[in-house]
Ligand binder design. Structure first.
Ligand code: C5P
Length: 220
């Protein structure tokens, strides 16, 4: 079969990562978590004392860190200058700053180029998950999925993953990040005109995976 390119977009807490990894593993495809790339560049900025609220300061150093993404869906890794940052990029500090960093056009230009070259290099095809994959990064993808879920369901899922934070705080920070991501000027979170929308509110993860696998198989 020729390589198949699958774009999976949507806000946080819709099951994007779990679904994308499982679909890629099941179909023998590569996997790319583009949110991890934006988190990794944000992690580097925080560690190097960059004021992440100042777009010109962010833009000035955008080319400095070397970001390498592993594309194995069973063991996704990400390194910055050779250091594995898979764990620290999930922390509160990076999570609260990533939307501001990812809104800077120079950051998006650099990361988008990286994403396109990774997708082009995939031998059997790839599942790429993010916010602007179907609209901007890979507009010619063979299949575009847009995952949604009610804010309550999204907050509850995220709350289950993050030990410690209370549900209300989780819900507020999730909504704040989605609003920032959806309203930024450059390449906002949006459903592509030709994307298939899947509302996961009342579906189990297994049902979402099966739904997407079926859609990919129809395209092959
Ligand atoms: O998917 P995840 O929650 O890890 O993404 C972290 C952040 O990275 C998002 O809130 C968004 O600001 C940014 N992002 C983006 N474009 C993508 C993927 C993520 O702007 N394609």
């Amino acid at each position: 079969a020729p390589p198949v390119i699958v774009a999976i977009d949507g806000p946080s807490g819709t099951g994007k990562s779990s679904t994308s990894k499982a679909v890629a593993a099941q179909l023998g495809l590569s996997y790319l978590d583009t949110g991890a790339q934006y988190r990794a560049i944000t992690w580097w900025m925080v560690n190097n004392g960059i004021d992440t609220t100042d777009p010109s300061e962010v833009a000035a150093v955008v080319g400095k860190p070397e970001i390498v993404s592993g594309t194995d869906p069973s063991a996704p890794t990400i390194t910055v200058d050779g250091v594995d940052v898979s764990a620290p990029i999930r922390g509160q500090e990076v999570t609260s700053r990533v939307s501001a960093v990812s809104a800077v056009p120079e950051v998006r230009a650099r990361i988008t180029e990286l994403q396109r070259s990774i997708a082009a290099a995939s031998e059997h095809g790839i599942v790429v998950e993010g916010r602007d994959i179907g609209t901007t990064v890979l507009p010619d993808a063979d299949l575009k999925i847009f995952l949604t879920a009610s804010p309550e369901a999204r907050a509850a899922r995220r709350h289950g993953e993050l030990k410690g934070a209370d549900l209300h705080t989780t819900r507020e920070s999730l909504i704040k990040r989605d609003t920032a991501d959806s309203t930024r000027k450059t390449s906002p979170l949006a459903k592509a005109g030709d994307a298939v929308e899947v509302d996961t509110t009342n579906l189990t993860l297994q049902q979402v995976i099966e739904c997407v696998v079926t859609l990919v198989e129809e395209k092959r």
